[in-house]
Design a protein around this ligand. Structure first.
Ligand code: ADP
Ligand code: CDP
Ligand code: MG
Length: 239
């Protein structure tokens, strides 16, 4: 959970943490993206003031988003939020709309934005971290607009894993995670949805200079060597 203090300078120079705690209040989702964030050291004292850092991770089904996110988490300490995982968890925990979410995933279509944004919002608000990978989101212009409307800000960077369709199909069909959508019929639909709805999002962020296109063919480690510099280049902003 993040906090804001009345004065950042006070937070950084004061040794009286109790006073700082009194001056602090919890941030909501929108404030989180538009405010400097105070983090606490282990001894309870205010540590440093951070700026939130958000990377959207995009690419077709099976392009390796989740795999590379795991490596980014290990190397750079991000929190990984996969929109697909959040939706699958909502189904398995019988969250409201779970039947609708399951049907939509089976069909390879996009779940209404208010559902997905709410799940992402909850996950971010219950985290102590200030740097997030949001994987598989936004999947459509509707997703993008809904998210930006709530937070009033854009992502810092957008990663696009560019992978040929035949490679994506091969990977999805051998993924072996028991997913209801990892079958040839649904994958064909998902590829169509990706081209029709997700590519416009990538185009939007490309025009804003935010997209880093990564060649997603090769070994996992080779691909990570293309990803790593994008984060080391932003190290000052991130750390
Ligand atoms: N570079 C790669 N080469 C071969 N297989 C890969 C590579 N990256 C990921 N995979 C495998 O492909 C499947 C899809 O990867 P995943 O990370 O789940 O993709 P996405 O999240 O984009 O759908 C998984 O079984 C994963 O182990
Ligand atoms: N923003 C999102 C992300 C996923 N989803 C749904 O969840 C499915 C699986 O998403 P995922 O990100 O786990 O899929 P992969 O690209 O990792 O294979 C998608 O095909 C959509 O049906 C969605 O509706 N909206
Ligand atoms: Mg995935």
């Amino acid at each position: 959970m993040w906090w804001r203090v009345a004065s950042s300078r006070f937070a950084l120079t004061s040794s009286r943490s109790s006073s700082v705690h009194q001056a602090a209040y919890r941030l909501n989702f929108r404030e989180f993206f538009t405010t400097e964030i105070l983090t606490w050291a282990k001894d309870g004292r205010p540590s440093t003031v951070k700026t939130p850092f958000v990377a959207f991770v995009l690419g077709g089904p099976g392009s390796g988003k989740g795999t590379q996110c795991t490596k980014i988490v290990e190397t750079f300490g991000f929190t990984h939020l996969s929109a697909g995982d959040l939706l699958r968890h909502a189904i398995s925990s019988n969250y409201e709309n779970s039947a609708m979410i399951l049907d939509t995933i089976k069909e390879g279509k996009i779940v209404p934005s208010e559902v997905t944004v709410k799940l992402i919002q909850r996950a971010i608000e219950s985290s102590d971290n200030y740097k997030f990978l949001i994987d598989g989101f936004p999947r459509s212009e509707e997703n993008r607009i809904a998210f930006e409307k709530i937070i009033g800000a854009e992502p810092n960077i957008v990663l696009f894993f560019d992978c040929p369709e035949e490679e994506m199909v091969k990977r999805v069909l051998s993924r072996n995670e028991g997913r209801v959508d990892d079958n040839i019929d649904t994958i064909k639909k998902r590829l169509k949805v990706f081209a029709a709805l997700n590519l416009p999002v990538i185009k939007h962020y490309s025009e804003r200079g935010k997209v880093h296109k990564i060649n997603a063919v090769g070994t996992v480690d080779d691909i990570f060597e293309q990803v790593r510099p994008l984060f080391t280049a932003n190290e000052k902003e991130i750390e």
